[in-house]
Design a protein around this ligand. Sequence first.
Ligand code: IPE
Ligand code: IPE
Ligand code: MG
Length: 235
Amino acid sequence: MEQKPVPRHIAIIMDGNGRWAKKRGLPRTAGHAAGAETFRRIANYCRTLGVEYLTVYAFSTENWKRSEEEVGAIMKLLGNYLKEALRDMEKNHVRFRFFGDLTRLSPKLQQLCAEAENKSAVFGDVQVNFCLNYGGRDELVKASQAFARDVAGGKYTPEDLTEELLASYLYSQNVPDPELIIRPSGEMRTSNFLLWQSAYSEYVFMDVLWPDFSPEDLDQAIAEYNGRNRRFGGV
Ligand code: IPE
Ligand code: IPE
Ligand code: MG
């Protein structure tokens, strides 16, 4: 049987942690802990499949609306994961990048993100892009501000702006657009994820809750992607 190639770039909206916990009579924070374990497993699996980029939505610009306790628990899990990633870096060879406005994170977490990004820059078995305090609209606003500053500074005129130039101001600069975006948990919306980059991505929505998401579910999403006819506006 002919082996279809895996997408170069897969993006995942890691959703459903709270419902997973509720179903078990557990606090929402237990769902986030289980979701973090799923992320470890899926990131590893992507590496073995040869996926080049894995972008995960971990915390949105809207998620601050949640209780202090829940936000604190998510931040703690992220910190723990990054410490572990820094410790295992030589073994895993994962490269990290962070998409989002990190200035709102604690100084300690910002430090861990900077360290993970800098120290892992030499690796490239798979690049994990962590979306933290990320919003697609916020990303476009920040890119617009940066371009406006460059116009004011005389580097560009407004007419210089092209799709390529705008893309270079996004968090995702130098990362190809995701071919496949997966959203588990049954919700069918983007929730402000990768608005620019997803223009021609294939979406796969799945009913499984993120903590239950398995490598077989990823295989299934990739199989569905491989069956799609991508026309990009052509015929
Ligand atoms: C996704 O799971 C994790 C974050 C948004 C941080 P949720 O916490 O949104 O889980 P549900 O959607 O309430 O089940
Ligand atoms: C999207 O999930 C954000 C992340 C998974 C980090 P949400 O649970 O926040 O999205 P909505 O509220 O269902 O749209
Ligand atoms: Mg949710």
